[in-house]
Each structure stands twice: as C-alpha cells, then as structure tokens.
Write a protein that binds this ligand. Structure first.
Ligand SMILES: Cc1cc2nc3c(=O)[nH]c(=O)nc-3n(C[C@H](O)[C@H](O)[C@H](O)COP(=O)(O)O)c2cc1C
Length: 177
C-alpha cells in the first residue's frame, strides 16, 4: 500500500483546493491511500528559537506524518500572487526537518490563474529538496465550482485527470531513483 499525505494551502471551509484533495482521496486506486493533514491552521508561527531539541508537539506530529508518507499531495491557492502565509509557515517548519528532503510531491492546482503561486511553490519545494513529480501534477479550473468531494469525484472532467495523476504518482513512487 502506498500512502500519501494531502496538504491543502487553504484554511477556508469549503476550499476548492481542500475539496479537490478530498475528491482525490475518494478516487484513489486500491493500492493508494490518501489522508488529509488538517493541522496547518494550528501550527505556531515558525520561529527558529522554537525549533530546537523539542519543537512544539503540533510540529512533531506534522513531521511524523510527513515521514510516514510515501509522497505528498499538495493543492495550494494563490494569495496576492504568492503562497498563502499559513501554508508557507507550515513549509518553513519542514525546512530543517530530516523527514522532508527527497519526498516525492504531486502538485494539484485548482485555478489556472494561480500561476505565480505555483511557480513560487515549485521554487520553495525544490529549495527544500522535494522531488516534484511533473507527470502527477495537474491544474484544473475549479474556482467557480461549489461541489462537495463526492460530487466532484463523480465529474468525469475532474475524475479522469485526477485518477491519471494519482496513477502516475503511484508509478513514480514505486520506481526508485
Ligand atoms: C487574500 C486573497 C488574495 C488572493 N489573491 C489572488 C491572486 O493574487 N491571484 C489569484 O489568481 N487569485 C487570488 N485570490 C483568489 C483565490 O486564489 C481563490 O479564491 C481560490 O479559490 C482560493 O482557494 P480555496 O478555494 O482553496 O480557498 C485571492 C484570494 C484571497 C482571499
């Protein structure tokens, strides 16, 4: 079984990025399990002084879950042409961690307009030594959709690219190197 940890860059209830990740969890092939990490809004502001021998429990929990996952599925909106502060904060807690470098990442994107945030995210993730799997990274025009995860998973125009991306991601994870 391949396990993926899904991280949404939006804290908003009904977030299109979160719903996309929840729909992906429903659509996951049988050999893939996707769980959503829901603690981003509860992480303290990153401060290197807190990142010593005993970082805050919420940070240790995030790092444990990153370490246990075979890959990360990230879907993040664009705020003011950049990465939302709360999501960048979560990434900052992972910069010095031993669990993050080398992680395979699939980037989902719920808005074709969010090109600057996507570019910024790619730069940050590569700087953190993540391995972005391009064939598993997709952009879907979901800005105006107000669908629940189950309804989103039933839309062929969404389900087909999501399943194709997840299948490509599982293949990349199973292929060493
Ligand atoms: C504070 C703020 C700033 C935003 N800035 C941008 C932006 O620069 N470019 C853009 O394409 N959309 C921008 N948006 C629109 C969001 O990216 C869009 O509403 C997206 O759907 C939010 O993702 P979510 O549905 O997962 O919460 C902004 C929204 C907010 C709340």
């Amino acid at each position: 079984m391949i396990t993926l940890l899904a991280l949404s860059g939006s804290l908003r209830a009904g977030s299109s990025n979160t719903v996309l990740l929840e729909a992906a969890a429903l659509l996951a092939p049988p050999d893939l399990r996707i769980t959503l990490y829901e603690g981003i809004g509860s992480l303290p502001h990153f401060n290197p002084d807190l990142d010593g021998d005993m970082p805050p429990e919420s940070v240790r929990e995030l790092r444990r879950r990153i370490g246990a996952a075979d890959g990360l599925l990230i879907s993040c909106p664009e705020y003011a042409r950049g990465i939302p502060g709360s999501f960048k904060n979560a990434l900052d807690w992972l910069v010095g961690s031993s669990e993050f470098p080398g992680k395979k990442v699939a980037l989902f994107n719920a808005s074709p307009r969010a090109s600057e945030a996507q570019a910024a995210l790619r730069l940050v993730l590569r700087t953190m030594s993540a391995e972005i799997v391009e064939e598993a990274s997709i952009t879907l025009p979901l800005l105006a959709t107000r669908l629940e995860p189950k309804a989103m998973a039933r839309e062929p125009g969404i389900a087909e690219p999501v399943v194709a991306a997840l299948t490509a991601f599982a293949r990349a994870i199973a292929t060493p190197g």
